[in-house]
Design a protein around this ligand. Structure first.
Ligand code: 2PG
Ligand code: MG
Length: 436
């Protein structure tokens, strides 16, 4: 037995940022060292995601996780006890084999995500280093360019506006801490403008303002005004990033914009987005089309070549195979990486490696249901993902992550590197093999 031998894996029920049950896992080592992780939960989910195991009983609207906890405490503990916690890949493969379903429905994607991340944390703790350092394995790291939500919509705000995330990217910032300071001013300015206009109804699931806009485009105008009111230049200090989350309102090539009472076909949808990109300082769009609309993805990415980051979230669901297929198709040029879409740290890393090989942008992302767990910030830094999406600039489950980024930045010293604007795929020289 070495100091990094796993003694026990323990699951418990904790509560996420929406007040729903979720699973927390402790991986305890023979040395007494411990790693801990909490599974997040999505609301707008791709059909290819690992599924959460929920009890489906009367309690908590069927959302309880007692079965997931039982899996951790018995079969997973029995299988992992005695294993070397440093062997992340072997442990993850073991979990995948135990589950033996394509969508992780037997043990639960939530169960596996919490165990896998807790294993990574325990391995880092056993080495006496923070998780980012453990993952970097001696390589230089770069702090990620954040994309930060100002208005919430879609599934995170009762469908009040159709588009899910209206975000800003502080592309003119020189450091991670500057980037956050810029967004703090924009978030405050947006709140003031919305209050003055009587268009604010509180905050949505990820902390962005819950807007009372009359059209989706109103949000874009308000964002530009907020950037200006913050004393910043739209398009050079701060740009706009959108998550359309189009699978939520699009199917079979038709898109229903409920707020505006109209339905668009895939060409109409593309025209609207191109017009927005022409008119507003938009540098990134996630899930512009539904996950079943491959033709639209390919045509749009081609039309936007050289000027836009096109991110697959529901379209790629953190799957290396899907990223590979999208690279062959040229269906997008960036991937959102959510550990609980894949189910394990190893599979998430595989999706990132594939994306990097294709020259794609890589964005590590939180979910709309979150917790105080800050592991994703460490993944973004340790893996040099370049970009980080955590939600808005309010609510402690979001701020815990931004603040963790600040601590990592400080620990790297005054010469820490920051990804900045050039991390976006269209800003980089044509990706020959795409290695960075
Ligand atoms: C997304 C995420 C985060 P959810 O769509 O990118 O904003 O939302 O976790 O609900 O899938
Ligand atoms: Mg998304």
């Amino acid at each position: 037995m070495t100091t990094s031998t796993i003694r026990r894996v323990r699951g418990r029920r904790v509560w996420d940022s929406r007040g729903r049950p979720t699973i927390e896992v402790d991986v305890e080592l023979a040395s007494g060292v411990r790693g801990r992780a909490i599974a997040p939960a999505g609301a707008s989910r791709g059909s290819g995601e690992a599924v959460d195991l929920r009890d489906g009983t009367e309690r908590f609207g069927g959302q309880d996780v007692m079965m997931a906890i039982a899996h951790v405490n018995k079969p997973i503990t029995m299988r992992l006890a005695g294993r070397d916690v440093q062997d992340q890949q072997a442990i993850d493969y073991e979990l995948i084999e135990m589950d033996a379903t394509p969508e992780k429905s037997k043990l639960g994607g939530n169960t596996l995500t919490a165990v896998s991340l807790a294993v990574a944390q325990a391995a880092a703790a056993a080495n006496g280093v923070p998780l980012w350092k453990h993952l970097a394995q001696g390589r230089e790291v770069t702090l990620p360019l954040p994309e930060i939500q100002i208005f919430g919509g879609g599934a995170h705000a009762g469908q009040r506006v159709d588009i899910q995330d209206f975000m800003v990217m502080p592309i003119g910032a020189w450091t991670f801490s500057d980037a956050l300071a810029m967004v703090a001013e924009i978030y405050r300015a947006a709140g003031d403008l919305m209050r003055d206009a009587g268009k604010i109804a509180g905050v949505a699931d990820e902390g962005g303002y819950w807007p009372l806009f009359a059209s989706n485009e109103d949000a874009l105008e308000m964002l530009v005004r907020a950037i200006e009111k913050a004393g910043l230049r739209p398009g050079s200090d701060a740009a706009i990033s959108l998550d359309i989350a189009a699978s939520q309102f699009g199917r079979d090539g038709r898109y229903r914009l409920a707020l505006e009472g109209r339905e668009l076909d895939r060409d109409g949808m593309a025209e609207m987005l191109v017009r927005w990109v022409d008119r507003y300082p938009i540098v990134s769009i996630e899930d512009p089309f539904a996950e079943d609309d491959r033709i639209a993805w390919i045509a749009f990415t081609k039309a936007m070549a050289g000027r836009l980051q096109v991110i697959g979230d529901d379209y790629l669901t953190t799957s290396a195979e899907r990223v590979e297929a999208a690279a062959v198709d040229h269906a997008c040029n960036a991937v959102l990486l959510k550990p609980n879409q894949a189910g394990t740290v190893t599979e998430t890393k595989a999706a990132l490696d594939m994306a990097r090989k294709a020259g794609f942008g890589t964005i590590v992302s939180a979910r709309s249901g979150e917790s105080e767990d800050t592991a994703i910030v460490h993944l973004a830094v340790g893996w040099n993902a370049g970009q980080l999406k955590v939600g808005s600039f309010a609510r402690s489950e979001r701020m815990a992550k931004w603040n963790e980024g600040l601590r990592i930045e400080e620990s790297l010293g005054p010469h820490s590197q920051f990804a900045g604007f050039d991390v976006l795929p269209f800003r980089r020289p044509a990706a020959a093999g795409g290695t960075r």
